[in-house]
Ligand binder design. Sequence first.
Ligand SMILES: Nc1ncnc2c1ncn2[C@@H]1O[C@H](COP(=O)(O)OP(=O)(O)OP(=O)(O)O)[C@@H](O)[C@H]1O
Ligand SMILES: NC(=O)c1ccc[n+]([C@@H]2O[C@H](CO)[C@@H](O)[C@H]2O)c1
Ligand SMILES: [Mg+2]
Length: 227
Amino acid sequence: MKPGRSAVQRWTQRSARDSAGRARSPPPLRVEMKCIVGIGGMTNGGKTTLTNNLLKVLPNCCVIHQDDFFKPQDQIAVGEDGFKQWDVLESLDMEAMLSTVQAWMSNPRKFARAHGVSVQPDASDTHILILEGFLLYSYKPLVDLYSRRYFLTVPYEECKWRRSTRSYKVPDPPGLFDGHVWPMYQKYKQEMEANGVEVVYLDGMKSREQLFHQVLEEIQNSLLNHS
Ligand SMILES: Nc1ncnc2c1ncn2[C@@H]1O[C@H](COP(=O)(O)OP(=O)(O)OP(=O)(O)O)[C@@H](O)[C@H]1O
Ligand SMILES: NC(=O)c1ccc[n+]([C@@H]2O[C@H](CO)[C@@H](O)[C@H]2O)c1
Ligand SMILES: [Mg+2]
């Protein structure tokens, strides 16, 4: 059999009957569908928690965490305020993140296998990619690739409190939240809104279960509508 022809082409180019004269049935039609979901929003909005819950139940679902693309500490600029500028787009290697997304887009099965994600041998062949991070919608080459863009928020006091309970690879120096993290969050959110990027806001004060069920249901419905 010559390579390069699709299953349907091969079927239509053979006789419609087998050697015993019985009508052949067509091969199952594989329609590959790809869906990229963004779980974005503010630091400590609950992005990683929600993403991990979705990953447990969504079939053929891969994830890319933006936090895995932070540049090494010695490449992070120090601002006039004296703080390392972690919460700006330049602190992330977004080209590398984009390449990783493109690798998934060009072959989601191969990507899943390489990342230990089990792929169902299912005729519908639907593949989901979750991108998770705090600056998902500020990098132009990625912004149009999403099927849906979620944006988690909590009020300032809650965000500051949750952040104070966390320990990052590089611990927050005193004053970082008010001096850098919060102002940068506001700046990027304003920019996103001014650029007309459409997002679905999620109230991060809802319970983990409520958020999980809401988003799961919406993803499942949108897949059904497009299949
Ligand atoms: N729905 C929720 N209600 C209350 N607390 C939550 C909820 N979701 C997550 N949390 C808690 O809030 C903190 C931040 O959650 P998580 O790490 O998921 O946020 P994040 O948006 O990924 O933050 P980061 O900026 O560190 O990436 C954690 O302590 C987590 O247990
Ligand atoms: N992952 C890291 O290397 C790192 C280092 C310093 C600060 N952070 C914080 O992570 C948050 C995004 O999840 C940002 O608000 C960073 O300040 C991450
Ligand atoms: Mg996180």
